[in-house]
Design a protein around this ligand. Structure first.
Ligand code: FES
Ligand code: FES
Length: 291
């Protein structure tokens, strides 16, 4: 099935719409949208979290329920998905594990995603891309299961306050990710030990990952013995993850072919602005990124 992005977006904004991907056997509802209640007080313990009351949003009281949480644009020190956050409920154990949250826009062509409960997958109604809803082995929540999308979607840490029955979606943190190495932000730094990220030990190596507490996905390139280039890997066009170009003199986005220099500047394609740049220091046993 080929459904236009416009028709799906209208469905999300108004009422629930059903998309069926012909040939892939997956039907998925595009969830209704609500305005997310984002805590922007940096002194608050819930800073950077969207609070969702289950009492006020009964669709999330049952497994299979889902909403898209949208947040008004603003200048914040963390990324807010432009198309909102898909918050879904998989199970009913009255714990944080019941819930999953990911960037709501499909990295293929920007359709809003939904939860295909019968397949236990995050799915796109437009052309049938699917994404993991649970972490398994080295696979993270949001990992690409099937294209045409070429990359996965960013997942966000979700917690449930069982006393108040409030779900918190943390835009500054990612959930743990199978057996994969997930660094954490500590004291404004992200440490990437060569023992955990051996590709960064040698010149020409690279690593992509989403440190806990950052709310961004980094691409790190070991340019020389003393220099590591670190940028946000999230394309400024529609949030696909960029990759190191084949000649290793820049980055490119597989979704719509935006290209960037090693400094993050746009050199081609539809990306409207540079990739965010971070500073990094190459140590004897690690790369240390300042965030
Ligand atoms: S927009 Fe094409 S698969 Fe999602
Ligand atoms: S998401 Fe469109 S060029 Fe990157």
């Amino acid at each position: 099935m080929s459904c236009s992005r416009r028709s799906v977006l209208l469905g999300a904004a108004a009422t629930t719409a059903l998309g069926l991907c012909s040939g892939c056997g997956i039907s998925v509802d595009v969830p209704p949208s609500i305005t997310g209640n984002l805590d922007e007080n940096s002194a608050s313990p819930n800073y950077g979290k969207i609070a969702v009351s289950l009492a006020a949003n009964p669709t999330l009281k049952s497994s299979g329920g889902a909403l898209i949480l949208t947040v008004a644009a603003g200048n914040r020190p963390f990324m807010v998905p432009a198309g909102g956050v898909l918050l879904l409920r998989r199970t009913e154990s009255n714990s944080s594990d019941d819930f999953v949250a990911v960037d709501a826009l499909c990295p293929h062509a920007g359709c809003p995603l939904g939860y295909a409960k019968q397949n236990d997958l995050i799915a796109c109604p437009c052309h049938g891309s699917t994404f993991a809803v649970v972490a398994s082995g080295t696979e993270c929540i949001g990992a690409l299961k099937r294209g045409p999308a070429l990359s996965g979607v960013q997942a966000f840490l979700v917690t449930l306050d069982t006393a108040t029955q409030t779900v918190y979606v943390d835009l500054r943190s990612s959930p743990s990710c199978g057996d994969g190495f997930i660094p954490q932000v500590m004291g404004g730094k992200v440490i990437l030990p060569f023992a955990s990220v051996p590709d960064l030990m040698t010149v020409g190596g690279s690593w992509t990952g989403a440190p806990q507490g950052l709310g961004d996905t980094l691409i790190v390139f070991r340019q020389s013995a003393t220099v590591a280039v670190v940028l946000s890997a999230i394309c400024t066009h529609q949030r696909c993850l960029v990759r190191l170009s084949s000649n290793k003199n820049g980055f490119d986005c597989p979704c719509h072919q935006s290209t960037f220099t090693l400094a993050g500047a746009v050199t081609g394609g539809p990306a409207p602005s540079p990739l965010k740049k971070y500073t990094a220091t190459v140590m004897a046993d690690s790369v240390v990124v300042t965030v």
